[in-house]
Ligand binder design. Structure first.
Ligand SMILES: [Zn+2]
Length: 376
């Protein structure tokens, strides 16, 4: 069975919305800028692209002679201003301390990609990551976010804009609370609607956590399509507590956990955030996030992003529309988690033409930020 068949689907999506989902449009004057974009599966391989970057190395270390000839030289890493933050969100980038991670290219066993730049002194370290949650599935099950239908995406125009993420697991797989809190809701949403329609999430649990967003609003997590619900409203839970099991209740084509983060009103289907920016990466993995815009700075919907290292290739899209919120801290329009720390070639192509290409280093256990500005 194809994995996409396991994905919950909003049956209310009409033809018009499907057209919008498959478009690739700027937020401003969309009628003049709507461009059809090929699906990632048909993207032209980037290997045949002419190299556009020169392997010049900006000075990355300066050495201070010690006062005595026997003292050890200490390198001081200088920030490389290759990534700038959004002028609208503007967490300021300040010079990086000398204790930032070591350039992996200094490892004698490290083999750099054919074309590469050294990793920037980590600008993500200046961003207030808020990876306060664990995983809702233990590592005995599939604890990775499904990549076919990520947050804000449509699985290539197949489904409605996704307000959460999927953990595809067999029926009966235990579901765990991702953080400490109190059970806010537990049971069927036949009478209490948490999705766009009644009985959308079937049996679900909503937990109110002991954390707030940067603006002071409450933070909730939602677990949908459950087979069994093992907790009651008002019950305190700790991270890792079993709260139920995976099922396919509500509108789901197969067993999986639909997981959401909501901020503010827990019943508001339009108050979601991207869970990839709340679930802590594993220690050697990181998250790539940023904003995709056209050359004029207009945020683009459903722009396909190809992220490739020497080991893996992943795809994602910028958010399909404004029905899903960006993060309060980041104001991103894409985020891709569970990336092994490494160099990646990030590419956006349109009808075979490369509109953006850059090598970035994704740092472990944190967010690496990338502004993606397409050429004209
Ligand atoms: Zn889902």
């Amino acid at each position: 069975m194809r994995r996409c068949l396991l994905i919950c689907v909003l049956l209310l999506a009409g033809c018009q919305s499907m057209v919008e989902q498959s478009s690739f449009a700027a937020t401003v004057v969309p009628s003049a800028t709507v461009v059809t974009i090929s699906q990632p599966s048909t993207l032209v391989p980037t290997a045949n692209l002419a190299p556009s970057r020169t392997p010049t190395l900006p000075p990355s270390a300066t050495y201070t002679p010690s006062p005595t000839p026997t003292a050890t030289l200490t390198p001081t890493i200088t920030a490389s201003p290759t990534i700038t933050l959004s002028p609208t969100t503007a967490p300021s980038v300040t010079p990086i301390a000398s204790s930032t991670p070591t350039d992996p290219s200094s490892d004698p066993n490290y083999t750099p990609p054919p074309t590469w730049t050294p990793p920037p002194a980590n600008p993500a370290a200046q961003i207030a990551d808020h990876y306060v949650f664990g995983r809702p599935i233990s590592n005995n099950g599939v604890d990775w976010i499904d990549r076919v239908y990520p947050y804000g995406a449509t699985a290539g125009g197949t489904f409605a804009t996704h307000h959460g993420v999927e953990f595809v697991n067999p029926t009966g797989t235990p579901i765990l609370a991702v953080g400490d809190g109190v059970v806010h809701f537990a049971g069927s949403d036949l009478a209490t609607t948490y999705g766009p329609s009644s009985d959308f999430y079937g049996n679900l649990v909503v937990i109110q956590h002991n954390v707030t967003d940067v603006d002071g609003q409450g933070v909730y997590t939602l677990y949908g399509h459950m087979n069994t619900v093992d907790v009651q409203v008002g019950q305190p839970v700790r991270r890792g507590d079993r709260i139920g099991t995976v099922g396919a209740s509500g509108i789901a084509l197969g067993p999986h956990l639909h997981f959401e983060v909501r901020v503010g009103n827990p019943m508001d289907y339009f108050a979601t955030r991207n869970p990839e920016l709340w679930i802590r990466p594993y220690p050697t993995y990181g998250t790539l996030a940023g904003i995709i815009t056209d050359a004029d700075g207009n945020r683009l919907y459903s722009a396909p992003l190809r992220v490739e290292s020497l080991d893996i290739t992943r795809y994602t899209w910028s958010y399909n529309d404004d029905s899903v919120d960006p993060d309060t801290t980041f104001n991103e329009n894409f985020a891709l988690g569970d990336l092994p720390a490494n160099y990646y070639e990030v590419t956006v192509s349109e009808n075979g033409r490369v509109r953006f290409r850059q090598i970035v280093y994704v740092y472990p256990n944190r967010t690496t930020w990338l502004n993606v500005v397409l050429n004209r």
